[in-house]
Design a binder for this molecule. Structure first.
Ligand SMILES: [Zn+2]
Length: 183
């Protein structure tokens, strides 16, 4: 698998089931058509946990299995393998969701002016709310000042732009545009 893809797969696995899911993915990559018991043995992760991770991967469309009946015992065995066909689709859906969240955050930051005492964890109030408290922080009583969110807004805009470029929703800015004029 291409290196970049692999990195993205690992990140997805981490979201789904932490480090243990990464271990499971690595084994599936190395040894396709492996049973849950064998994965448990390979990784040292409890088989119940392995199963939970496998079904979570299956739900996301990242793993698939074959069910084969053992003729002698009559038992069914599940042979698991990694499924990466849907990976680009899954990643795109995730990025779209992130983009939506960032846009909502930007909307929130730019639609109102906030007032804040400047202390971490203390509330940022809208003008009306600040009025109610006579421009004093409801927690510490310090004076509320207009909160300068320029940096946050700029950061959000940058991340939105990067994501939109990644998703093909926006053209990459031409390099020459960001360069200083040569003369
Ligand atoms: Zn305060």
């Amino acid at each position: 698998m291409a290196r970049r893809k692999n990195k993205e797969l690992i990140e997805l696995a981490r979201d789904i089931g932490g480090d243990e899911a990464i271990e499971v993915i690595k084994v599936l990559e190395k040894k396709p058509d492996i049973t849950d018991d064998e994965i448990a043995e390979e990784t040292g992760i409890r088989v119940n946990t392995v199963r939970k991770i496998l079904y979570a991967l299956y739900d996301e469309g990242l793993a698939d299995f074959k069910r084969i009946r053992d003729k002698e015992t009559g038992w069914y065995y599940y042979y698991w393998r990694l499924e990466t066909k849907k990976l680009p689709e899954i990643l795109r859906a995730k990025k779209m969701a992130e983009l939506k969240k960032l846009k909502e955050m930007l909307e929130e930051e730019t639609s109102e002016i906030y007032y804040w005492c400047g202390k971490e964890g203390h509330p940022k109030l809208t003008f009306d709310e600040a009025m109610e408290y006579e421009f004093q922080c409801p927690i510490c009583g310090e004076m509320l000042m207009q909160y300068d969110n320029t940096e946050i807004v700029e950061e959000l805009k940058k991340r939105i732009e990067e994501l939109e470029i990644e998703l093909g929703l926006r053209k990459k800015p031409k390099k020459s545009a960001s360069k200083k004029k040569s003369k």
